[in-house]
Design a protein around this ligand. Structure first.
Ligand code: PLP
Length: 388
């Protein structure tokens, strides 16, 4: 409506301290991977209660590096949920492995441990549970199943920095081997583009650190040939240039200082949505009950029975947009994508994912929203659903 600002489904929160941190980095001696990267990695490890983090240039590179460190290679199988962002599945393909899609709970969108049990076999090299919307997947059960077949567990926590599972902060790797994060602007903290992997084992950290920088090392202790001089370096594996810059890491450290405030604000807004949405029985929050307190609430997603409300999703999104409210669908089931259909996948084999997909919608949620913005969204939703 005229005069009211547009509410996107998500957006970054940048303040003066972030701007100052970036300006300071720009005028320092290092622009790329220098001391700010080391500081950010140490701070992120502290925030996630993990021993190490390795920063990379985006969350997709983090998935690629983690799968590489897990030893994923040609002919291997990697179990991923059918509801996730494309990158969770694509990282298997980068290494010439095949993603094996697991169906999800139709009401939470989270990977079903029973599906991991069905799919796990001697070819399974990795399992990637996704903490969809920021709510914790059952990594403890999945970890037990994965260990039986010798598979590595990599948590895709692109939505979940600042959240918890029943045991520990997301990223502590209490029941997994590695956890990946994304710092894309809509995520919990941003570095523009950026990502990281947390882990507790030296050899995983070392493999990922090499992988992100051409597979090379300047550590004399690691050289296979005695060093002829100070210029010397060796390449041991085929790596990439996946480095984060010091400019981005400085922004990351500044953002990380506000992470708990961001998550607290997201939770408060989610609680307000929960309370207000009781008025609309056709609209049900995805994250409820025991899952709600630990969620990092990257997204506030709801389920709407569009057949029952007599208006389809595209129409509802259009009506909300007219009222200045942005919404999004997270996600189209990955097996629906033409690329994966061409590899033999049929989305109808995933009834849980299809049911979730048909009903889901993500409403605006970001730290700078006011309580009144939540009321505005719920009122617009009520009016849009009522107006046939
Ligand atoms: C954002 C996201 C990624 C990829 O992160 P980028 O930083 O955009 O590469 C991976 N998995 C999930 C679930 C995501 O939401």
């Amino acid at each position: 409506m005229a005069g009211e600002r547009f509410l996107p489904y998500g957006r970054q929160a940048i303040d003066e301290s972030d701007i100052k941190a970036v300006v300071d980095a720009l005028t320092s001696d290092h622009l790329t991977t220098g001391p700010a990267v080391e500081t950010f990695e140490r701070e992120l490890a502290a925030a996630t209660q993990s021993r190490f983090t390795v920063s990379v240039c985006n969350g997709t590179a983090a998935l690629h590096a983690a799968c590489f460190a897990a030893g994923v290679g040609p002919g291997d199988e990697v179990i991923v949920p059918a509801i996730t962002f494309l990158a969770t599945a694509n990282c298997a393909r980068y290494l010439e492995a095949e993603p094996k899609f697991a169906d999800v709970d139709p009401d939470t969108g989270l990977i079903l441990p029973s599906e991991v049990e069905r799919l796990a076999n001697a070819k399974t090299r990795a399992v990637l549970p996704v903490h969809l919307t920021g709510a914790a997947a059952d990594v403890e059960s999945i970890g037990e199943l994965a260990r039986k077949v010798g598979a590595t567990v990599i948590e895709d926590a692109a939505h979940a920095l600042g959240g918890r599972d029943t045991k520990a902060p997301i990223g502590a790797c209490a029941s997994s081997d590695m956890t990946i994060f994304s710092f894309h602007p809509v995520k919990q903290i941003t570095t523009g583009e950026g990502g990281a992997i947390s882990c507790n084992r030296d050899e995983l950290r070392d493999r990922m650190a090499k992988f992100r920088s051409h597979g090379m090392t300047r550590e004399p202790a690691e050289f296979q040939t005695p060093s002829p001089g100070p210029w010397y370096y060796e390449q041991h594996i085929l790596g990439f240039n996946y480095r984060l810059t010091d400019i981005q890491a400085a922004l990351g450290s500044s953002q990380l200082r506000k992470l708990s405030a961001f998550v607290a604000r997201r939770r408060a807004l989610a609680a307000r949505y929960d309370t207000r949405l009781v008025e609309l029985p056709a609209v049900r929050p995805v994250t409820r009950g025991d899952a709600a307190p630990g969620s990092a609430y990257h997204l506030y997603s709801v389920l709407i029975d569009f057949d029952a409300v007599g208006i389809d999703r595209a129409e509802l999104m259009g009506r909300l947009r007219e009222r200045g409210i942005g919404t999004q669908v997270h996600y189209i089931p990955v097996p629906m994508q033409p690329y994966y259909r061409a590899r033999g996948w049929d989305p109808n084999d995933f009834p849980g994912a299809m049911s979730y997909y048909r009903r889901t919608l993500s409403l605006p949620l970001f730290p700078a929203m006011a309580d009144g913005d939540v009321d505005r969204v719920v009122d617009a939703l009520a009016a849009s659903l009522g107006a046939r």
